[in-house]
Design a protein around this ligand. Structure first.
Ligand code: LLP
Length: 436
């Protein structure tokens, strides 16, 4: 698996963005998140092109939950994407990076008063209403601040998609959104339209993540347009915007064959054009919220290999200097990854091993993989770790979170500093009675 600017150089080392991964590991330490800027930008542009070619009014809003830090916000701004945030922390990061508030959308199934106020105060473009009680709270806060809030209503279309059940969100039994089936979505429309400080711009749905089946997106588009028609008929609502969420899957393993962004665009756009025509409705602005399919493939993680234990007749364990804390996805979702020994990338893969982390847990990163002959001190690169790795990292076992570097044309720049041991105790307090 070689993606984006990844190459194998004359020394037989894995390179990315023109940087030798072995040098990166030496220079910045391990574990290290590495982001290929060229591939990241290419993914943004592919989305804009694929949807822009089909429809006049499209906005691609990067879902920041997949990976957010201030430098990533800067890149998204330069690429002219919008930004989806789902917490005060994500919003704060975007504002710190001077991301234009009007291109930010606030999500969340339980937005705190602080989050609502912060968003309205900053002038974020859209708030996505996720519950009936939120309508009153947003309306009241907007009134207090003397503002009108542009909102979308998150609708749960009620479809099951083929993905890990932890990341399926579009079915009826979901904590997210307001379901079509229970008519809560319609109730939300009536309430939002009656709220003096809200402007209902349209609807949102997100059916899940790491989805390969395009038919699920088509079905969601059908259900959403028929709901829009219904709301037009019953409430005279003209939906100016339709947000179809994110969710496109990526190839974590060589044998994975996800649809392309272009194929996603073809399915969503042609379904919308047809259904809207059937219902005699104008085309709203189409919004997409991709996370993983923008930032997943441009990321890789470099680890230093520790003890290699061969258990006779059982298997060989290759330990690396990270694990559950920098990538919880194998433990949470049985996520599968490809890897290579970065300093032996040109050699044959002659040994089958299990890659495990260094936590006090069975933190398997890759249950079974054919690798080059691997010994202590080698550098292991795990591919496609850009999405939901750093974003979901923890300090378990009081491991400092790794640094992140952006690589481009032979340059590597730190975009997130490695946490220090001091950082780990920074928030700790010793009550005087326990002091030494
Ligand atoms: N929009 C909304 C409202 C979302 O909840 C999500 C993801 C996205 C967009 C972006 O979805 P994507 O294009 O990245 O699939 N931690 C899990 C994934 C959770 C996804 C949560 N929502 C994982 O590591 O697989």
């Amino acid at each position: 698996m070689l993606l984006g600017t990844q190459r194998i150089n004359e020394a037989g080392h894995l390179c990315v963005g023109g940087c030798d991964c072995v040098d990166l590991a030496e220079r910045f330490g391990t574990p290290l998140y590495v982001i290929d800027e060229a591939l990241l930008r290419e993914n943004c542009r592919t989305y804009k092109r694929a949807f822009g070619e089909r429809l006049d009014s499209v906005e691609i809003c990067y879902a920041g939950k997949a990976l957010l830090c201030t430098a990533i916000c800067r890149i998204m701004e330069q690429e002219n994407l919008g930004l989806d945030v789902a917490s005060a922390g994500e919003l704060y990061t975007a504002l710190k990076a001077a991301f234009p508030p009007s291109r930010i959308k606030l999500h969340g199934n339980f937005k705190s008063d602080l989050e609502i106020e912060m968003a309205l105060d900053a002038g974020v473009g859209r708030l996505v209403i996720d519950s009936l009680s939120e309508i009153g709270r947003v309306n009241e806060t907007a009134g207090r601040l003397g503002k009108r809030a542009d909102v979308l209503i998150r609708v749960t279309p009620g479809i099951r998609v083929h993905t890990h059940h932890y990341v399926a969100t579009g079915h009826v039994d979901s904590k997210f959104g307001l379901s079509l089936a229970s008519s809560m979505a319609e109730e939300a429309v009536a309430q939002a339209m009656a709220a003096p400080n809200l402007v209902l711009q349209g609807f949102h749905c997100h059916i899940g993540s790491q989805i390969f089946g395009l038919e699920s997106f088509a079905r969601a588009a059908e259900l959403m347009t028929s709901f829009m028609a219904d709301m037009h008929r019953k409430h005279g609502l003209v939906s100016h915007e339709l947000d179809m969420g994110g969710g496109l899957g990526i190839a974590y393993q060589d044998e994975d064959a996800p649809p392309t962004i272009k194929e996603l665009s073809n399915v969503i756009c042609s379904t919308l054009v047809k259904c809207l025509a059937d219902h005699d409705l104008p085309m709203p602005k189409l919004i997409l919220e991709p996370g993983r399919s923008i930032v997943g493939t441009p990321g890789l993680t470099l680890y230093r290999v520790g003890p290699v234990k061969e258990i006779p007749g059982v298997r060989t364990y290759v330990t690396v200097d990270g694990g559950l804390s920098d990538n919880p996805r194998p433990a949470l979702y049985d996520a599968q990854y490809e890897a290579t020994v970065a300093n032996k990338a040109a050699q044959a893969r002659s040994t089958v091993v299990r890659v495990a982390g260094k936590h006090c847990e069975t933190d398997t990163l890759i249950p079974e993989i054919a690798l080059q002959p691997v010994v202590e001190g080698d550098i292991l690169a795990i591919f496609c770790t850009g999405a939901y790795n750093y974003a979901m990292a923890s300090n378990y076992n009081r491991f400092p979170r790794p640094a992140m570097v952006l690589v481009h044309d032979g340059q590597a720049e730190v975009i997130v500093e490695r946490e220090s041991l001091e950082d780990l105790v920074r928030q700790d307090r010793i009550p005087p009675r326990l002091a030494k």
